[in-house]
Design a protein around this ligand. Structure first.
Ligand code: URA
Length: 242
C-alpha cells in the first residue's frame, strides 16, 4: 500500500495534509524518516511512527451507533441526514456501511462496518440472527396477540416466522402498551406491520439488540463507539475473518 494512503486511512488528514507531515520528516518507517508519499509499505509488517505515535493498520472497523430518529440507514442521500454523517473521518475513509436498515423513525442499535462478509452473514436469513425491539404501542396488546406472534403472523405478501411478543407494561387508561418483540427476520417495516396485523399501532420503535450485540445504554441518541474486543469475540460465531 502507498504510504500516503495508509496515513489518510489512519485519520491523519487529507492526502495534501499527510504530504506535509511527510515533508517535515515526521513519519518514520522502520525507524527511517520517509518523505515520499509514493513509498510502498507493508501495512501488516512495517513499523510506522508519526510524531512519536505508532500506527496500526486496521483492515476492518466496527461502529456501534445509537441511531436517532430522523436519520436514514444509508451511506448517502440527497434529502436526509444519513447515519454516516454521524460518524468520524475514519468511517468514511474505510467506507463503512450499515448492517441492515432501521426505518427513519426507528432508533437504537445499528452496527456499521466495512466487513462485507460479516454483514452478509449477519443478514443472511439462513443464520436466523435474532433482533430484539422495544415498542410503544397505541392499543392494548393481549394474550391473543402473543399467540398470533408465536404462530407466525400472516401479512399481505408473506407469512412471518414464529416470533416472540412480551408484554412489559399496559396502561389501561391511556390504552397503550410497552412490548418487546424478538424476530429472526428483517423484512421491510416488519415489526410495525406485525403489530398492525393485531389491530394496533407502533408509536415508537427501538432496537435493543442484534445477535450477540446489545445497545450500549451509555450512548445517547446519535452517539457511537467502536466495538470492544469482547464484542468482536462474540461475533466469531459468524465464522468470518474479523
Ligand atoms: N421493523 C420495523 O417496522 N421497522 C424497523 O425499523 C425495524 C424493524
Amino acid at each position: 500500500m502507498r504510504l500516503d494512503k495508509f496515513l489518510v486511512e489512519n485519520g491523519l488528514g487529507s492526502r495534501t495534509e499527510v504530504k506535509q507531515l511527510l515533508k517535515k520528516g515526521l513519519v518514520l518507517v522502520n525507524g527511517r524518516a520517509e518523505k515520499s508519499p509514493k513509498t510502498q509499505i507493508d501495512e501488516a509488517a512495517d513499523d510506522i511512527i508519526v510524531s512519536g505515535q505508532k500506527l496500526s493498520y486496521e483492515k476492518f472497523v466496527y461502529y456501534l451507533l445509537n441511531k436517532p430518529q430522523g436519520v436514514i440507514s444509508a451511506t448517502e442521500d440527497n434529502h436526509h441526514k444519513t447515519v454516516l454523517d454521524l460518524l468520524d473521518a475514519t468511517a468514511h475513509q474505510k467506507a463503512v456501511f450499515p448492517v441492515g436498515r432501521l426505518d427513519i423513525d426507528t432508533h437504537g442499535l445499528l452496527l456499521l462496518t466495512n466487513n462485507g462478509k460479516l454483514a452478509h452473514a449477519m443478514l443472511s436469513p439462513k443464520k436466523h440472527v435474532e433482533k430484539i425491539y422495544r415498542a410503544h404501542v397505541a392499543g392494548l396488546m393481549n394474550h391473543e396477540d402473543i399467540e398470533r406472534f408465536a404462530a407466525g403472523i400472516e401479512l399481505k405478501d408473506f407469512v412471518c416466522q414464529p416470533a416472540q411478543l412480551k408484554i412489559l407494561e399496559i396502561d389501561e387508561e391511556k390504552e397503550t402498551s410497552l412490548v418487546e418483540i424478538i424476530i429472526a427476520e428483517g423484512k421491510f417495516h416488519q415489526v410495525k406491520r406485525m403489530v398492525a396485523a393485531c389491530g394496533k399501532e407502533v408509536t415508537d420503535l427501538e432496537r435493543i439488540s442484534m445477535g450477540p450485540l446489545c445497545l450500549d445504554t451509555t450512548l445517547a441518541l446519535g452517539e457511537w463507539r467502536r466495538l470492544t474486543e469482547e464484542e468482536l469475540g462474540a461475533l466469531e460465531i459468524f465464522e468470518v475473518e474479523l
